[in-house]
Design a protein around this ligand. Structure first.
Ligand SMILES: Nc1ncnc2c1ncn2[C@@H]1O[C@H](COP(=O)(O)OP(=O)(O)O)[C@@H](O)[C@H]1O
Ligand SMILES: [Mg+2]
Length: 259
């Protein structure tokens, strides 16, 4: 059964959660020699919205996600989820890191069950494992599967708790091109069916154009938000929709590539 149908049958809905950053700044290092990584970031992500962060390497994309997840604390400004300030690791968020970060001693299936936080049925876990192409590998240990498979297991784990806010840090970067497209659509299905709010980091412009309601382009480190591009096309999107071409050109130009 396709994942969308499974979720519909299971009637899984999350509490809608908006994310708000108010004049957020983050510096690392001791006073006097600290580096400002993020400055004056203000952004409101509506409940159920898909926002994609795009920006050069080292500009602070992962840091921004970590701030929302409560894994880092802002130096100045505030981060709120649904009006409540984030002060520590936030259980309203599900995080998918760039690396799988699976428990090495747990099977693939048990790693996903950990993400489900006991709240979901074994049918839902099985459906997620099937959706990420890991049926038949449930009992394998992470070291017994390929890097791409481990990353897909991490995606299933992040989705399995059906969090109100899904934070994903270049989650598909290690996957082959075709699998990447399938996983993008899986993410959209889950977000659509559960109403989750999504903040995803990528350096792939086409991925951003396929997924995002809005693309937030960050400038070089410390420069803050350079531009916000609204992708005003209904989903599911045809990847070659002519309406996306001008946006692609605009984003490429911003990164110094002229079509
Ligand atoms: N815990 C940390 N301590 C010191 N510097 C850090 C820490 N985390 C990130 N940085 C620095 O912040 C900058 C942005 O990092 P990061 O958010 O990982 O960027 P991106 O994900 O956009 O590539 C980098 O210069 C990085 O070295
Ligand atoms: Mg990063």
């Amino acid at each position: 059964m396709p994942i969308a149908e499974t979720l519909r049958t299971a009637d899984i809905h999350v509490a809608p959660a908006s994310v708000r950053l108010d004049a957020v700044g983050k510096s690392f290092g001791k006073a006097g020699q600290s580096v400002d990584v993020l400055t004056n970031i203000s952004l409101e992500v509506a409940a159920g919205e898909v926002v994609v962060l795009l920006g050069p390497s080292g500009c602070g994309k992962s840091t921004l996600l970590r701030l929302i997840a409560g894994l880092e604390t802002a130096t100045v400004g505030s981060v709120t989820i649904d009006g409540h300030e984030v002060t520590g690791i936030d259980t309203r968020c599900g995080v998918v890191f760039q690396e799988p970060r699976l428990f090495p001693w747990k099977s693939i299936e048990d790693n996903v069950v950990v993400g489900a936080r006991g709240a979901r049925s074994s049918e839902t876990v099985a459906a997620l494992l099937a959706a990420v192409g890991l049926s038949g590998f449930e009992k394998h240990l992470p070291r017994q599967v390929s890097g791409g498979m481990a990353q897909r297991a991490a995606l299933a784990r992040g989705l399995a708790g059906f969090p109100g806010v899904l934070l994903l840090d270049e989650p598909f970067a290690a996957l082959d091109a075709l699998t990447r497209l399938t996983m993008q659509d899986l993410l959209l299905d889950v977000a659509q069916e559960t109403g989750a709010t999504v903040v995803l980091v990528t350096h792939d412009i086409d991925e951003a154009l396929h997924l995002a309601d809005r693309i937030v382009v960050l400038g070089e480190r410390g420069q803050g938000i350079a531009e916000i591009v609204t992708v005003d096309h209904p989903r599911p999107r045809d990847r070659s929709h002519p309406g996306l071409a001008p946006l692609r050109d605009e984003l490429l130009a911003r990164f110094g590539i002229h079509p």
